[in-house]
Design a protein around this ligand. Structure first.
Ligand SMILES: C[S@@+](CC[C@H](N)C(=O)[O-])C[C@H]1O[C@@H](n2cnc3c(N)ncnc32)[C@H](O)[C@@H]1O
Length: 196
């Protein structure tokens, strides 16, 4: 683990960022493409013992590292799941999650897979639930793979097409891979309440 990641996790910076995005104590969270847990660990710290974070990744190796890290931090509320994010299990109850995180992952997916992903997430989220996306590697930020031709507005539009309402766009210091980086996180709600 690099000094940046260590600092992100131990200083509370990761937790502060996720709280600002909308995570709260007691939340049920699904972290898709969780990797080694640079967002899973602070998410588990925010939701506390009454909450849970399911860390889903297609690859067993980062999940193993993530669980070693969880143990180091005495976190018992992280549950690893090895699966494809674009084929979310129907074993999970619909409307089960308060928050879904998709950080630095959608650039691996083709357009039809991204549509399946967002549709699946919409089903699993509770009404009013939060979808938070860090679409790294889009046209405006180190373009790569399947997002290279899309800018942030295109990514937001794809997600809105699956029924989500845009809530906010945060430009913040984030962890990307092993280091600090500035980037945009897009936040959406399922059934955002209208102005009262
Ligand atoms: C660049 S890492 C990001 C990890 C973490 N979300 C973060 O931001 O630090 C991307 C992760 O997504 C996983 N991944 C890629 N495609 C996936 C898919 N279709 N389903 C599930 N996981 C996937 C990879 O195995 C990898 O661990």
């Amino acid at each position: 683990m690099t000094n940046d990641v260590e600092n992100w996790i131990t200083s509370g910076e990761g937790q502060a960022f996720l709280r600002e995005a909308g995570l709260k104590e007691g939340h049920q969270v699904l972290d898709l493409g969780a990797g080694e847990g640079h967002y899973t660990i602070p998410a588990a710290q925010v939701v506390g013992s009454k909450g849970r974070v399911y860390a889903l990744d297609q690859d067993r190796v980062p999940l193993k590292r993530l669980m070693e890290e969880a143990q180091k931090h005495a976190l018992k509320n992280i549950f690893p799941v090895q699966a494809q994010a674009e084929r979310l299990s129907s074993d999970w109850k619909a409307n089960a999650f308060d928050v879904v995180l998709i950080y630095d992952m959608v650039h691996f997916l083709e357009a039809d897979e991204r549509a399946d992903l967002y549709r699946g997430v919409f089903e699993l989220l509770k009404s009013g639930g939060l979808l938070s996306v860090y679409p790294k590697h889009n046209r405006q930020d180190l373009p790569m793979f399947k997002l290279a031709q899309l800018d942030l507005d295109d990514v937001a539009e794809e997600i809105e097409q699956q029924g989500f309402d845009t809530e906010s766009r945060l430009y913040r210091r984030l962890i990307h891979d092993e280091h600090y980086d500035q980037g945009y996180v897009l936040n959406f709600r399922k059934n955002k309440p209208g102005p009262s």
